[in-house]
Structure formats: structure tokens, C-alpha cells
Ligand binder design. Structure first.
Ligand code: FMN
Length: 364
């Protein structure tokens, strides 16, 4: 019988329980993505709060591609020393910390007129009205290299691993979806071709950081688009390929459901199916976990110990990630340890997006 408080390990990384803080953009870095006291405080609270590992908010890997205000950066070596301070602090408080790395592409509203935004093809994003520039193969190589370099910097900065963001409509997700990826070269067309860039990024990160450094990936189990999205069958196949290559864990999410995009603005119409439900991607993650030989992390709507333990014990899912609940209560895991029936105060209201920092609305 598995419990949420089992001790486990991911590629040698010891974890004191099965709770992981899901990547959450805090909007508290400085304008260039550097650490601030405010951000240190967030991670200090999380490290004290009981989760075995913290996945950071997404960090941008190329200086010219900052897709959101006050997000973290990892685009040059100037970050290494300050991240070492952050990771040392988290380790001293008994938690582990994994850096999430991203290139957002067309799913961005930030400074969009002032940047060249890359994409697999020049297909307009109906949510943001951004039409990206179709990447040349040379640019694809540059991007792969930027992810790999970022992973190496994460290792040098004392992080316990790196998570490549392949979900939620961002750049790598758009490569996977035929709606956005209309390329006719080896990076477009078949599912294998559309996944190629993700596999090459994984390989680059792995070769630069070595076999002992945990490399994870976050994927949508499906884009839930009515037409031409990345499908569940394609996700399963990609997870199998990544597992065969030795990925250390796969974090299963789904379309950007926490934002509840409007069906009339977006080619998908999935959000309503998930709102108000608990652990809403469990069915998909269970099937993936059954089919691959790599640990699966389930994220999205995890809100109660009973439901999570039932999932753990009826599947090969190994970890539970929490985003909004830990934004609201960074010490939630400790509360659950004391009282398994504790009801988190997060109601998934999505009012945590604030211009002066993403915090729980109940604290305002
Ligand atoms: C304010 C906010 C910021 C987020 N930032 C990120 C991010 O940087 N990277 C990411 O992969 N997901 C991000 N997410 C999504 C969460 O990681 C998670 O997948 C989603 O909130 C569902 O999990 P939950 O129900 O536990 O909140 C964010 C969500 C919120 C609400």
C-alpha cells in the first residue's frame, strides 16, 4: 500500500514524501528575471511547508524571449551564483528544488509588439493575437542549445533537477499540435516529427548535465482541442519514447485549464469539463503510468488526501503536484500530515493572477 508520506527517490534524488509543488509563476522576480527578496520569501515558505520538492515558476531560457512580467530567468551565467543562494536556503530547510525551463512562443501577452516571437509555423494564436515567426532549422538548433545550457546552469546553481515545460500551449506544446505546427520538414507532419524538438531538447539537457541529474518534462495528456491538437494517444506514445530514453519523471497536465479559456476565442473547448473536479487528469495519467517505465506526476485539482491516496493505490502514479493550493497555503502538506482530512482553502477560483505578484486572493 502506497501513502502520500512514503519516502522515495527520483534518479537518486531522495524525496521525503510524494508531494511536489507544481511550477507556479510568482511574478516576483525583477524585470530581468533575477531573484528578489520577495521571491526568496516565497521559496522559504514553500521549503518549510512540507512538500518534498519544489518546482520553480517557469524560467525563460533566452534573454530576448521574456514572455511574462517578473518571471524567473536562466538565460546566462549571471544567474548561477544567486540561484546557489536560493537552492542552499531551500536545502537547509529540508526540501528539494527543481528549475522549470520554458520558451513560451505565441502564448504570451507581454511586450509582444517589441519582440520577435518564434513558433513552429506562422499560425496566429487566437488567444493572444500573436503570429509567431516560423523558425528556421538554425533557430531550432539555437533553441535546443538554449534549453540545454539552461539545464547545465541549473545544475551549477545547485538545483536538484530541471523540468522542461512542454505543456499548456507554450512553444514546445505548439510543436506537438498540428494546428500550430504546419511544417513540412522533419519537425512537422507525423507525430514523431512534431515531437522531435522535445526529444532533441531532452537529449541536449541530458548530455550537458549527465546521467545522474534528474531531467523531467511536463506534458499535456491532451490539448483537448476540437481539431488538430496534440492527442492523448500521441502523448502516450511520446511518454513511451521519453521513458525509453531515460527521462526521470513525466508531469501530466492538460490544456491550460486553470485559465479557463473561452471556447469562442480558442480552438479548444475543454475548460468546462474540468472546473470544480478533483485530480481531473487522473484517468489519463493512470493510463500513461501503466504504459511506461518512468515515474508519473499527476497535477491539476489535487485537493484531498483520500482522493490522492486512492489514485496512488489504484495506479502506478507516483507523485502528486499542487499549484494553486500551495500558493494559498505553502504549509498545506504539513497541515495534511497533522490532519489528513484538512480542507485546503483554495477553491480554484483562479483569482491568483495579480499585477503586483501572484498571490491568493483571500490574502488581499
Ligand atoms: C498563478 C499561476 C501560475 C502558474 N505558473 C505555471 C508555470 O510557471 N509553469 C507551469 O508549468 N504551470 C504553471 N501553472 C499551472 C500549475 O503548475 C498547475 O499545472 C495548475 O495550476 C493546476 O494545478 P492546481 O490545481 O494544483 O493549481 C500556474 C498556475 C497558476 C495558477
Amino acid at each position: 500500500m502506497k501513502t502520500l508520506f512514503d519516502k522515495t527517490a527520483i534518479n537518486g534524488l531522495e524525496l521525503k514524501n510524494r508531494f511536489i509543488r507544481s511550477a507556479t509563476w510568482e511574478r516576483k522576480a525583477d524585470d530581468k528575471g533575477h531573484i528578489t527578496d520577495e521571491l526568496m520569501k516565497v521559496y522559504s515558505n514553500l521549503a518549510e511547508g512540507g512538500a518534498a520538492a519544489i518546482i520553480t515558476g517557469y524560467a525563460f531560457v533566452m534573454e530576448d524571449e521574456q514572455p511574462n512580467a517578473r518571471m524567473m530567468g536562466i538565460y546566462d551565467d549571471s544567474f548561477i551564483a544567486e540561484y546557489k543562494e536560493l537552492t542552499d536556503m531551500v536545502h537547509a530547510k529540508g526540501s528539494k528544488i527543481i528549475l522549470q525551463v520554458v520558451y513560451c512562443g505565441s502564448f504570451s501577452w507581454f511586450n509582444t509588439g517589441r519582440r520577435i516571437i518564434w513558433g513552429p509555423s506562422a499560425v496566429p494564436n487566437k488567444l493572444t493575437n500573436v503570429t509567431p515567426k516560423e523558425m528556421t532549422k538554425e533557430e531550432i538548433k539555437t533553441l535546443i542549445n538554449a534549453f540545454g545550457d539552461a539545464a547545465l546552469r541549473a545544475k551549477k546553481g545547485g538545483f536538484d533537477g530541471v523540468e522542461i515545460h512542454g505543456a499548456h500551449g507554450y512553444m514546445l506544446n505548439t510543436f506537438l499540435a498540428p494546428y500550430f505546427n504546419q511544417r513540412t520538414d522533419e519537425y512537422g507532419g507525423s507525430a514523431g516529427n512534431r515531437a522531435r524538438i522535445l526529444l532533441e531538447i531532452y537529449d541536449d539537457a541530458r548530455s550537458k548535465t549527465g546521467n545522474d541529474f534528474p531531467v523531467l518534462m511536463k506534458l499535456n495528456c491532451s490539448d483537448f482541442m476540437t481539431d488538430k491538437g496534440f492527442t492523448f494517444e500521441e502523448c502516450k506514445a511520446l511518454c513511451g519514447t521519453l521513458a525509453g530514453k531515460g527521462i526521470d519523471a513525466i508531469d501530466i497536465s492538460g490544456g491550460p485549464v486553470f485559465r479557463a479559456p473561452k471556447p469562442d476565442k480558442d480552438p479548444s473547448g475543454f475548460a468546462e469539463d474540468f472546473i470544480g473536479k478533483e485530480s481531473y487528469f487522473a484517468g489519463y495519467a493512470k493510463e500513461i503510468a501503466d504504459s511506461i517505465d518512468a515515474p508519473v506526476i499527476l497535477v491539476g485539482g489535487n485537493r484531498s488526501v483520500d482522493v490522492m491516496e486512492e489514485i496512488l493505490n489504484s495506479s502506478r502514479i507516483e507523485y502528486m503536484a499542487l499549484g494553486r493550493p500551495l500558493l494559498s497555503e505553502p504549509d498545506l502538506v504539513k497541515k495534511w500530515e497533522r490532519e489528513r482530512g484538512y480542507k485546503p482553502r483554495c477553491t480554484s477560483c483562479n483569482k491568483c493572477f495579480h499585477e503586483d505578484g501572484n498571490d491568493c486572493d483571500l490574502d488581499r
